[in-house]
Design a protein around this ligand. Structure first.
Ligand SMILES: NC(=O)c1ccc[n+]([C@@H]2O[C@H](COP(=O)([O-])OP(=O)(O)OC[C@H]3O[C@@H](n4cnc5c(N)ncnc54)[C@H](OP(=O)(O)O)[C@@H]3O)[C@@H](O)[C@H]2O)c1
Length: 266
């Protein structure tokens, strides 16, 4: 068993499902101490209990990313139990399945709050700790939707694009203090993301997109992310053939424009 993250203190949001759950398992296998956050406490407990973690080596810290006003209180709580924070994984979030013209502005704002501002708020609460430690790693789960807009995902895509602007800047500003920043852009990963995606009436989309049914597993995705953290990478793409769209957009934007229009939103 690899022990690359032995005794590292890792705070993971969105730890109750999907990629976050995969990350909890992967970090636990490598000897990390883990703080699990999401709204559903019962699911966080389920995830923690399926790992090999001893009770003193994890902390269940449930809260809604739409309200990060107590972020500094959470940080104090983590420091009381573990004394430091080595890695913050801003992973929690949800997607959208509605056209921009049909999406009420309060849903747009909520998508930005949970998918963008929460990551900024938690990061700002953890930064003083990492600066004092003279080291730490910030991991941000963006998306290929942070690289190009796509049908039915206007504000989700906007939030993911915003993460790149913020964290690319922060990386430059904090690397002298020993802080590394990794932006992860998953393509299609088989999780509950499309079930939980918000529709124009504020309800959940409640079904798995066709394109997710045979996608990469969250366990494989988590393994790739841990590898990138260990190598100190700055940005990675994770997924299958859908990642080609990122390269197409960069090098052949006209071809990209033709191909992307023909893709199913689901
Ligand atoms: N799966 C993909 O294909 C894919 C592709 C690109 C990017 N991503 C990104 O990967 C990250 C994880 O998503 P996933 O695919 O693993 O989906 P998922 O299985 O639906 O997991 C989402 C996680 O975020 C948490 N969450 C959602 N809204 C929250 C809120 N308001 N407050 C606190 N926690 C909240 C959920 O927990 P609770 O419901 O318990 O709160 C859950 O743990 C997201 O940032 C997503 O945008 C995924």
């Amino acid at each position: 068993m690899q022990q690359g993250f032995k005794n590292k203190v890792v705070w993971i949001t969105g730890a109750s499902s999907g990629i976050g759950e995969g990350l909890v398992n992967a970090f636990a296998q490598q000897g990390a101490k883990i703080i699990l956050s999401a709204r559903r406490e019962s699911e966080l407990k389920r995830v923690a209990q399926q790992t090999n973690l001893k009770e003193e080596n994890y902390l269940i810290l449930p809260f809604d990313l739409a309200d990060t006003s107590k972020a500094y209180v959470y940080v104090e709580q983590i420091l009381r139990q573990f004394g430091r924070i080595d890695i913050l994984v801003n992973n929690g979030g949800y997607s959208q399945r509605a056209e921009a013209k049909d999406t009420p502005l309060d849903i747009d704002r909520q998508l930005m709050e949970v998918n963008y501002f929460s990551a900024i708020a938690l990061t700002k609460s953890v930064l003083p700790v990492m600066i004092k430690q003279q080291g730490g790693q910030l991991v941000v789960i963006s998306s290929v939707s942070g690289k190009f807009g796509f049908y039915l995902r206007s504000s989700y895509s906007a939030a993911k694009h915003a993460l790149h602007g913020f964290f690319e800047t922060l990386r430059l500003e904090t690397e002298k203090q020993g802080i590394k920043t990794l932006l992860v852009c998953p393509g299609k990963i088989k999780t509950n993301i499309s079930f939980a995606a918000v529709t124009a009436d504020g309800k959940q989309h409640n079904r798995m997109d066709e394109s997710h049914k045979h996608a990469m597993s969250s366990a494989e995705c988590a393994g790739i992310i841990l590898n990138a953290i260990q190598k100190g990478e700055e940005e990675i793409l994770v997924g299958g053939k859908e990642l080609k769209a990122v390269w197409l957009k960069r090098f052949f934007p006209k071809v990209f424009g033709k191909i992307i229009r023909k893709q199913s939103p689901y």
